[in-house]
Design a protein around this ligand. Structure first.
Ligand code: PGA
Length: 249
């Protein structure tokens, strides 16, 4: 059994001071569940605070939302994988749709970022997903396959096993319109087939896009889903603790 993964993407919310208060609440509201992990992706400025807050919990870890692929140098404003590790990060989101579509990140960029994360021993969480027009044109699987090949093509099975995939249809992110469990499972099956063809049957595949307390249990009832990546519904520590606690009970 792959442990169920509940990943919180705080995006550009919750600074260090608020992160301290967040974990005070979350840690008391959420007790450890066997076979369940909670990962947190705060803004880079809050990573160290968050990592300290979870350091005694083997079921919780903290990651960064983005890294630059160079390990160091004159790259004003950028954060490298080794710097993130020094702050306590153990994972990194790569290719989130906001990075791709707001900041213009390419498949080639995601490939370099995955490699940089692996080199620093950060667990990459590669986000893939189609835009609405791409779905309407019937191109969902072509887009997802292109993103997988672009970021992960050429990696061997042992390396793919260190990676997590998050399927996040762009039209479902922050819109309140989640994919149905069936929609999600259909794409997860394709992603699974892509991984299995490369010997990586154990790689976890998360679903993301408007997951909340109301729909999480139905989505997680689909065995194709190994967890969820959640933005808006992870910002309130009580509601997020309740979601991690009760979904997939
Ligand atoms: P959302 O964001 O849960 O607010 O839709 C998900 C994500 O972007 O990872």
């Amino acid at each position: 059994m792959r442990p169920l993964l509940f990943a919180a993407n705080w995006k550009m919310h919750i600074g260090p001071e608020d992160a301290r208060a967040y974990f005070k609440t979350f840690r008391t509201r959420y007790q450890r569940h066997e076979g369940r992990e909670a990962w947190f992706f705060p803004p880079a400025l809050s990573v160290e605070t968050a990592a300290q807050a979870v350091r005694e919990r083997a079921d919780m870890l903290v990651g960064v939302q983005d890294i630059y692929w160079e390990p160091k140098g004159a790259f004003t404003g950028a954060i490298s994988a080794p710097l993130a590790v020094q702050a306590g990060a153990r994972a990194a989101l790569v290719g989130h749709s906001e990075r791709r579509h707001v900041f213009g990140e390419t498949d080639e960029d995601t490939r370099r970022k995955v490699a940089a994360a692996l080199a620093a021993d950060l667990a990459p969480v590669l986000c893939v997903g189609e835009k609405l027009a791409e779905r309407d044109a019937g191109h969902t699987l072509a887009v997802v396959n292109r993103q997988l090949a672009g970021a992960l093509g050429g990696l061997d099975a042992a390396t793919l096993a260190r990676i997590t995939i998050a399927y996040e249809p762009v039209w479902a992110i922050g819109t309140g319109r989640n994919a149905t469990p069936n929609d999600a499972a259909a794409v997860h099956k394709e992603i699974r087939a892509w991984l299995v063809a490369r010997g990586a049957a154990r790689t976890r595949i998360l679903y993301g896009g408007s997951v909340n307390l109301k729909n999480a249990a139905d989505l997680l009832a689909e065995h194709e889903l190994d967890g969820v990546l959640v933005g808006g519904a992870s910002l309130d520590p009580e509601a997020w603790a309740q979601l991690v606690q009760t979904a997939a009970a």
